[in-house]
Design a protein around this ligand. Structure first.
Ligand SMILES: C=C(O[C@@H]1C=C(C(=O)O)C=C[C@H]1O)C(=O)O
Length: 367
């Protein structure tokens, strides 16, 4: 560096250096994440203090006392800690026990390496996310045959969480039991949704067999594994998990049975360019209130993907509305529309903006 250089010139060089450092930091983070995945595979601990000490020692030597050592150490301490913490597995809560359709949807969305935690109820999935005891939750929200999953929608009225993503899963219901023989079945257990989705098949083929509504398809599969006279309607994941045999595959009443799941977390992701925004609103009780909302959206040319109402429960015949709009809250039209709705609605909550599920459904059959 010559003395003739002026300040703007040197600052330009500093900017270049900072940009290079930033690029290298990003690359370092990627390397640490890659190591984290390999550690997951071999079940190795994330924190390796010996390796970290070696790094400090090498840097100290290479520094040759040029950069103040205390500062150097503190900078690298920050870098190494950030890299180490990035190796944490995503923790995902779902309605358990193992092998429910929610579990399957979670595995499809987050992959095999995330840590999955079964919960006793959908409410508990919301609560654990709200309390930050799991990073994400997977909850069913809508089925192409049965419509809204009301207990998931109602949970949004109770818990403060954000929607971070959605996933569509093609659902195939299998009648399963221990032996694979239909004659052994004296009761068919499942969650209320699959029982409803197979209603006609059950009426036609097992008219005298009672049905039993249990917490989840995983619970039903567990019951079938423990009792030879119980048949369960469950996912293909449950067959392997609980060592069951397929009595009849695909007993759902309609083809193309698809469930949409939401990924809930504490913070919605940034704009992807192919997004959806969900809001929850309460209206002032007067004629034309809903019409006014829809007019605002239509005037802004906002594509309304879905509207669903739920009773508020504390007051008779009063409702909350769930609205899904195409676009992200960072898009000016969505932002402006939400601002207006916030002012004119009795209640307004932004549930989140998140990438839309692909039009192609993921297949719920994994075998
Ligand atoms: C990246 C690793 O994981 C952690 C992070 C380190 C780093 O950021 O340099 C070093 C050791 C580990 O505590 C690794 O083991 O190499």
């Amino acid at each position: 560096m010559t003395e003739k250089q002026d300040i703007p010139q040197i600052r330009e060089r500093i900017d270049q250096i900072d940009d290079t450092i930033l690029e290298l930091l990003k690359e370092r983070l990627d390397c640490a994440k890659a190591i984290g995945l390999l550690k997951n595979e071999s079940n190795r601990a994330k924190w390796d203090p010996q390796r970290e000490l070696e790094i400090y020692e090498r840097l100290r030597k290479n520094n040759n006392d040029i950069f103040p050592y205390k500062a150097l150490r503190s900078i690298f301490h920050e870098i190494i800690t950030t890299c180490r913490l990035s190796q944490r597995k995503a923790t995902v809560g779902y309605l358990g026990p193992e092998a429910t359709f929610s579990h399957l949807a979670g595995v499809r969305y987050f992959g095999q390496t995330a840590e999955y935690q079964p919960m006793e109820s959908i409410g508990e999935v919301f609560e654990e996310v709200e309390k930050e005891r799991v990073q994400y939750g997977i909850v069913p929200v809508e089925n192409s045959i049965e419509g809204a999953v009301t207990y998931s929608l109602d949970a949004f009225l109770k818990y403060k969480v954000k929607i971070c993503g959605e996933i569509q899963l093609a659902i195939t219901h299998n009648l399963v039991n221990r032996s694979g023989n239909i004659e052994d079945i004296q009761t068919v257990a499942s969650h209320s949704q699959p029982l409803a989705q197979c209603r006609n098949w059950l009426r036609k083929h097992l008219p005298k067999i009672p049905t039993l509504d249990v917490f989840s398809t995983g619970t039903a599969a567990q019951m079938a594994a423990n009792n030879p006279n119980v048949g369960a309607i469950a996912s293909s994941l449950a067959i392997n998990t609980y060592n069951l045999q397929v009595v009849i595959p695909g007993i759902e009443d309609y083809q193309g049975n698809t469930t949409r799941f939401l990924v809930i977390g504490r913070k919605s992701p940034k704009k992807s360019g192919y997004d959806k925004t969900s809001i929850l609103i309460g209206l002032i009780n007067r004629p034309g209130a809903l019409n006014e909302i829809l007019t605002i959206l239509s005037a802004k040319n906002i594509d309304l993907a879905k509207i669903e109402s739920r009773p508020t429960k504390d007051k008779q015949w009063s409702y909350m509305f769930f609205l899904d709009m195409l676009g992200h809250i960072e898009d000016p039209v969505i932002y402006e529309a939400c601002n207006i709705l916030r002012q004119i609605c009795a209640y307004f909550e932004l549930l989140g903006s998140y990438p839309r599920a692909d039009d192609i459904n993921l297949n719920g059959d994994i075998d």
